[in-house]
Design a protein around this ligand. Structure first.
Ligand code: ATP
Ligand code: MG
Length: 457
């Protein structure tokens, strides 16, 4: 059933967003002749809501004659009165020109170079030159590391610029707007003028609280199926409706998620978990059949509806509450909270939990290419759970995975409706190497028989 979208056309005039009626803007300097004009909404945003470093970067670019705007999720969140996670900037300046203006600047990326401007406490402001749609192939390229010979070229600004021009990726502001995924992510904010430049109808969709692709959803999902997960992320996190045509395209193209690069898939899954609406996000993934593509074991587990299935949802609800309280657990803990059901099922009866985890349980994670370190941490904290549940985790208190194990235990306990009394903690030194600790019997996962495995695994 499509997710309902409330659209009341009479409410579309400036109720939420614009302070005065939008107007067509006269072409800003640098716009190509005949390029589409944005609809401009006057919308001064109080300066204290904008990161001062991002504002400084924009102002300096503009002072040197370039166009520069805040773009993407930062603008969307500002307009929704949410606190942006980060502030990205799009500009007419080429990467080497950005670098020439900022000493604390590093140019990254291979074919599509981005400038990262570094500030105190690890803060990075990303400055990208306007570009046109790079296509799916280029998205994969982007995540690769810079090649050594190009790193050499990069030190000679001119040569790099030529290389990129030959690659034909830089573009005009309107091209940069339409290459983006959803209308609500395609808005530009002009800090100096206090104006939103809208080439894609994003203001209307923000007002109507609806996720809509820029352009034909079938085409956009075929270009990059990870956008399907991104649509779910925004709908769930912002509590927006999904435009029906987009919903149908999500279902139609879900199988193409298999083609997506696994690290990108993992990153989006982690973002769904971190977003504070993981319950709603994964519910939509399950309902649309998407979960069967990237977490087939979890999907089958839920389809089979064992008594533990409801715990999956309750753990995610507990996770969402943690995140609302500003108490986000580590990625490994969140991923465990999601897949604990099928993992524990795979571990049933196992004496050597570590081995069983590697042999059976980690199949659950195969399609996400979870990095080794995260998988090892997951193994440790899942192995610690039986002991913590019995209130006998004290011996683990000095292990480096203890906090993560406790975080998982508390999500699980909350899901099971247990009072969140922490297990006894004995601060005796621990010198054994096993995750179980020295004194208790090794954990043994109860044997309840195996569930059928998803086809094709
Ligand atoms: P979040 O709040 O989760 O960071 P975001 O919208 O900022 O959400 P990012 O992944 O940080 O998302 O990307 C920044 C911007 O880049 C997006 O707002 C969007 O305009 C564009 N973008 C990101 N991923 C894609 C994609 N797969 N296809 C097209 N545009 C994309
Ligand atoms: Mg972002």
């Amino acid at each position: 059933m499509p997710i309902p979208v409330s659209s009341d056309p009479s409410a579309r005039a400036s109720r939420l967003l614009a302070l005065e009626p939008p107007r067509e803007r006269s072409a800003p300097a640098g716009h190509a002749h005949g390029a589409p004009e944005p609809v401009v909404h006057r919308y001064p945003i109080p300066t204290d809501r904008i990161d001062p470093d991002a504002a400084r970067v924009v102002r300096r670019l503009v002072r040197h004659g370039f166009d520069a705007y805040l773009v993407g999720g930062g603008v969307r969140d500002l307009l929704l009165d949410r606190r942006p996670k980060d502030f990205d900037i799009a500009t007419s300046a080429r990467p080497h020109q950005v670098r020439a203006l900022f000493r604390n600047c590093r140019v990254i990326g291979r074919r599509f170079r981005l400038a990262h401007i570094l500030f105190a406490a690890g803060k990075v402001i990303e400055v990208a030159t306007f570009r046109r749609d790079p296509g799916a192939e280029a998205l994969a390229e982007e995540s690769r590391e810079i090649a050594p010979e190009e790193a050499r070229l990069q030190r000679r600004g001119e040569a790099v610029d030529l290389l990129i021009r030959n690659d034909n990726v830089f573009g005009e502001p309107h091209e940069d707007a339409v290459r983006r995924d959803f209308t609500i992510n395609g808005l530009f904010y002009d800090i100096g003028r206090g104006e939103v430049l809208d080439y894609v109808g994003g203001m209307d969709d923000l007002e109507r609280r609806v996720v809509r692709t820029i352009g034909d959803p079938d085409v956009r999902f075929r270009e990059d199926p990870v956008r399907i997960l991104r649509a779910i992320k925004f709908a769930a996190r912002l509590d927006f409706g999904i435009e029906p045509e987009l919903y149908d395209a999500m279902v139609a193209h879900r199988g193409e998620l298999e083609k997506a690069a696994r690290p990108r898939l993992l990153e989006e899954v982690l973002r769904l978990l971190r977003g504070g609406a993981s319950h709603r996000s994964f519910w939509i993934c399950w309902e649309t059949g998407m979960l069967g593509v990237f977490l087939p074991e979890l999907s089958v587990f839920l389809d089979d509806d064992p008594p533990e299935a409801s715990l999956v949802w309750k753990r995610l609800q507990a996770l969402d509450r943690r995140i609302a309280d500003g108490d986000a657990p580590a990625d490994a803990v969140m991923l465990c909270a999601l897949v604990l059901g099928p993992i524990e099922e795979a571990l049933e009866g196992a004496r050597d939990v570590a081995e069983a985890f590697d042999d059976d349980a980690s199949a659950t994670l195969e399609r996400l290419a979870v990095p080794r370190r995260m998988r090892d941490r997951m193994k440790q904290i899942v192995a610690a759970l039986p002991r913590l549940r019995r209130g006998r985790g004290g011996a683990l208190a000095r292990r480096d995975f203890y906090d993560d194990a406790m975080a998982l235990w508390s999500l699980d306990a909350e899901a099971r409706g247990q009072t969140a009394e922490p297990p006894r903690v004995a601060l005796a030194p621990v010198d054994d190497a096993s995750p179980q600790g020295p004194s208790d019997e090794p954990p043994r996962f109860g044997r309840r028989g195996r569930r059928r495995r998803p086809q094709g695994t």
